[in-house]
Ligand binder design. Sequence first.
Ligand code: PHE
Length: 338
Amino acid sequence: MEAEIQTIEKDALAAIAEAGDEQALDAVRVAVLGKKGRLTQAASGMRDLSAEEKPRLGQVLNAARQAITTAIDERRAGLEGDADRKSVKGMDVTLPGRAASRGGVHPLTLVEDRAIGILRRMGFALATGPEIETEWHCFDALNTPADHPARNESDTFYFDSGKLLRTHTSSVQIRTMETQAPPVRIVAPGSAFRRDEIDATHLSVFNQLEGLYVAREVTLADLKGTLEFFFHAFYGESTEVRFRPHFFPFTEPSFEIDVKLEITGKEAKWIEVAGCGMVDPAVFEAVSGTRGDDAYDPDGVTGFAFGMGLDRLAMIEFGISDIRHLVENDVRFLSQFS
Ligand code: PHE
């Protein structure tokens, strides 16, 4: 039996040395060490040995198994090395790799973050509301009657349910006041939607930043001071800011805000950047109706609101000539801002 084991070992080692690939090597392993392999079969002969012979032959058998296993492992490592060397043949593996390109922050997000940062330092907290709105939150509660042109089918995207895509972020003013008692001081960024003809300055989806401050004795001076501070922080201390009388249904008095900006190489121009005004008492009355309390009693609280176009701010900030660049996701455009 000892001789048989030695023959098996010798044959196995020869076959291992000859195996040309991993598959052939595995076949040798099965043929020798597998359940029906030669060495396994020889081992079953141990049963018939005498008690004196058993230990010694057991050792011989183990030594053979060990030698064969080691040879298989070494051969496998050798074959893997050969395969690796073959796959990089003719390739200079010391060349630097191709670096993955890094993403960057979108120009809209850049201006949004900066604008929110300034307002947060003045105590405005972040607020949000849904893009699919009720007519109540988008219009009625904002003192915008049913026959107002902004509510026309040709200006607004309506759903069959009667809901609509909000035409401005002012709906967040109502949602905030319905759920939070004054004082409230919020800033609400988000998308707004209008059926605009698409061109270099209009898209049917755009982005606004809404602000609302309601408390006791908030005055027009607070509105002016806050927004002048904001635009000075945003465009620079020496930037001129002017408030031009305007009309919005939900503020009274109302203004549009212009800032005087130089677009490189050209004469400075007044550019409209925001709408604002003192919250109309009719808005407080609408909110009081839903709340069923007098937290927003128009005789007790006053406030101001403002809304600005973030796309506009980004276009001015970076000298972007066409608003469509902001949504086209062209990496050649976007990589300029990161
Ligand atoms: N919602 C107005 C618009 O979209 C802007 C605005 C907000 C005006 C708040 C006054 C107060 O044009």
